[in-house]
Design a protein around this ligand. Structure first.
Ligand SMILES: C[S@@+](CC[C@H](N)C(=O)[O-])C[C@H]1O[C@@H](n2cnc3c(N)ncnc32)[C@H](O)[C@@H]1O
Length: 476
């Protein structure tokens, strides 16, 4: 066996042992590390350069996959290249689904060090494994058990929401494994039902229990520990538990009357007036928006051709998660967050935490009464679905007026599939607008392209982002 093939075999063996330092020892400091772009929204696509980026990639992979085993079948050597045919056995950290995908790895070796690596696999297959079932398309309900499981879905929903409210995952992330009594004390609980509550979280795949001590599994650790501000999605679940759960309890009344069931918006035509009258709810809502948008933001940052544009406004920016993450990645951009005045303090905190005061500003405004900021790109995230059709069209017209020739509008949210039969999440989101807002509803990509075209946009297209969400892009 040649030295090059031996070196590559050693790298697979070290990876299998989990010895990342030993893997990196075999690499040149300037190694290029290439993966298919189709996994970029999971933080696993594109070209990485150098050992630090490769190490970060591997760390990211450990949060996406709870298990990952490479099985090289054949080593084909030609000159300075070794091509490896084999299989990747994996389990999605979020989905819990296991599966196997064929892989082709191409390695280039120079002077005994790996200088280039490229992984080729069908990202469609990987996405089917790692994306949680039901994120977009649900399996049909075929048995009494499945029907009851879905029909009583609020049981598990409430267990997860309550665990987030009680900060179970945050406490475990900070303290390490704790037994039930230690958790009871720290969370201030009675004790009755506690073991069932914790073990339900084990059965849901969020906690693990070993010798009576509970710890976070990787998805809970990454996404539900509020100290991890860049990946925390629990804000959405906090608002769900505190408010949306109650309004959804009156879905039947909403369908009969056509009226929102959110108590604080009773008799108010703009739900944001009511929401922002309460500072505690205002803060909670900002965090919820960040939690719900995190996956799509990562995909928009990766997928949109930002290098062609210099300025961007996020209209209805909330606390500024999109702009702060975008501007940290694309350093040539300048950004404007446009939102109601009540949002400014929360946006300010994000800008300060990211150290972006020189490139990112807040513009207080009301899109019902004033124009949108004039920038090269205008983003409307989860903004159109809040409103009735006239307002949706008005917002697209205002975006058109504010953009220069060649500027782009990006609308992103959970888009209902054009057949209105697959994207369960988006259809439920539209019902959420029924119970929460006076006129809001979700819509299909085709609907949005129609409204954009009527507003004057051309070359409109829909691109999938992550889970149930997609973006619709139009050019002025
Ligand atoms: C559903 S949130 C979406 C937040 C964020 N774009 C995202 O996707 O996570 C809608 C946003 O629109 C803002 N908004 C509501 N009415 C507005 C108005 N009249 N003018 C400007 N912004 C408004 C809200 O404050 C909120 O931040």
């Amino acid at each position: 066996m040649s030295n090059n093939t031996e070196l590559i075999r050693a790298s697979y063996a070290a990876f299998q042992r989990g010895d990342i330092d030993a893997v990196l020892d075999l690499f040149h400091p300037d190694v290029t590390w290439v993966h298919p772009d189709g996994m970029a929204d999971h933080g696993l696509g594109g070209t990485k350069k150098g050992l630090a980026e490769v190490r970060a990639f591997m760390a990211r992979a450990r949060t996406v996959f709870s298990e990952l085993r490479q099985e090289p079948h054949e080593f084909l050597e030609s000159g300075d290249r070794v091509v490896v045919l084999g299989a990747l056995h994996m389990r999605g950290a979020l989905s819990g689904t296991a599966g196997t995908v064929r892989m082709v790895h191409t390695w280039r070796i120079t002077d005994g060090k790996v200088t280039h690596f490229e992984d080729l696999h069908d990202t469609h297959d990987v996405r089917r494994i790692v994306e949680p079932p039901g994120a977009s398309r649900r399996e049909p309900l075929a048995s009494p058990g499945q029907i009851l499981d879905a029909g009583l879905g609020f049981w598990s929903a409430k267990v997860i929401q309550t665990a987030v409210e009680l900060r179970v995952f945050t406490v475990l992330a900070a303290a390490g494994p704790l037994d039930a009594e230690q958790l009871r004390e720290r969370l201030g609980l009675h004790g009755r039902g506690l073991l069932d509550f914790l073990d339900a979280l084990v059965s849901l795949g969020l906690l693990d229990r070993e010798e009576g001590r509970y710890r976070n599994l990787p998805p809970a650790d990454t996404f539900l520990d509020e100290a991890k501000t860049d990946s925390y999605i629990g804000g959405l679940l906090e608002v769900a538990s505190d408010h949306w759960y109650e309004s959804w309890g009156s879905l039947r009344r909403a369908l009969v009357t056509g009226e929102p069931q959110e108590k604080i918006s009773e008799g108010v035509s703009d739900p944001f007036d009511a929401l922002y009258a309460d500072p505690e709810r205002t803060r909670m809502f900002q965090r919820a928006m960040t939690g719900g948008s995190t996956a799509s933001i990562a995909a928009i940052i990766d997928r949109f051709p930002w290098s062609r544009f210099g300025t961007v406004a996020d209209v209805g920016c909330a606390e500024g998660a999109l702009l702060s993450r975008l501007l940290r990645r694309h350093r040539h951009l300048r950004g404007t967050g446009f939102d109601l005045p009540a949002v400014e303090p929360y946006f300010g905190e994000t800008v300060a935490a990211a150290g972006l005061e020189d490139r990112l500003a807040f513009q207080a405004g009301d899109f019902f009464t004033g124009p949108m900021p004039s920038t090269d790109v205008i983003v409307l995230g989860h903004a159109l679905h809040d409103w009735n059709l006239d307002t949706k069209r008005m917002l697209l017209r205002k975006a058109y007026e504010a953009l220069p020739e060649g500027g782009r509008v990006i609308v992103y949210e959970a888009l209902i599939d054009d057949e209105r039969r697959h994207n369960t999440f988006a259809l439920l989101m539209s019902l959420h607008m029924l119970v929460e807002s006076p006129g809001g509803f979700d819509y299909t990509g085709a609907d949005c392209i129609g409204w954009m075209t009527d507003a004057g946009f051309r070359d409109c297209y829909v691109e999938h982002l992550a889970g149930p969400e997609s973006m619709v892009v139009g050019t002025k």
